[in-house]
Write a protein of this length. Structure first.
Length: 216
């Protein structure tokens, strides 16, 4: 059975299979080696996400990208309980472009839009630091997207489409960081075998031979 890498999170994860998305890029990288499954639920918090954990497929890689959610530690403990051998990677929320959130609210709600953004970059940083610390406490890997993105000049518009969700460039940052962590662990795509023989390994006159070890 082909192993699975499940991307579990909120709207940022839900959108990761769009054109240029980090999930789509992972699926391409692990093509014929592992199934990359998106389990993104826009608008969910972690309390609600807890109800979904036992419905996830058996997997070898688990990436939790739950943004501004609560009870992250419960999600991680439950995921470990369900799949003890799973590689868990916790991703912090991205930074927030507060002006971008204001402009987005105005474009959607017009005069009814609030003057203050519903999210702040300062609070996103609080969650990011807590995510990193929690990962250390639990002995699992983490990716600090909040810090990584802010290292680039003009990150607000370069990486965020509406002050919160990711542009193609923002998705590329997440993808590159995930690949880095996977390569440091035991999920390097280059080192994983194909699920079935490469066509160059199949003898047209005796195709059965190539499939004997893996399929019979």
């Amino acid at each position: 059975m082909r192993p699975q890498i499940v991307l579990f999170g909120d709207s940022i994860t839900q959108q990761s299979f769009r054109s240029g998305g980090w999930g789509a890029s992972l699926a391409d990288t692990y093509s014929r080696k592992a199934d990359v499954v998106v389990r993104g639920y826009g608008g969910y918090n972690t309390r609600w996400a807890l109800f979904l954990l036992h419905h996830l497929f058996p997997l070898v890689g688990f990436i939790s990208f739950l943004g501004f959610s609560f009870c992250i530690n419960l999600v991680l403990w439950n995921s470990k309980e369900c799949s003890p051998a799973t590689l868990i990677v916790l991703i912090t929320p991205p930074p927030i472009d507060e002006e971008g959130r204001k402009q987005y609210a105005i474009s959607v709600y017009g005069e009814k839009a609030t003057e203050l953004p519903e999210r702040t970059n300062e609070m996103a940083g609080v969650y990011a630091r807590q995510c990193v610390e929690l990962a250390k406490d639990l002995g699992i890997r983490s990716i600090d997207i909040w810090s990584a993105m802010q290292e680039a000049e003009g990150w607000q518009k370069k990486f965020l489409s509406d002050g919160l969700h990711l542009t193609p460039e923002g998705n590329a940052v997440v993808y590159q960081e995930v690949i880095r962590v996977f390569n440091d662990a035991w999920l390097s795509a280059e080192e994983m075998p194909y699920d079935f023989p490469h066509h160059s390994e199949i003898d047209g006159k005796n195709p059965e031979k190539a499939f004997q070890q893996r399929c019979i």
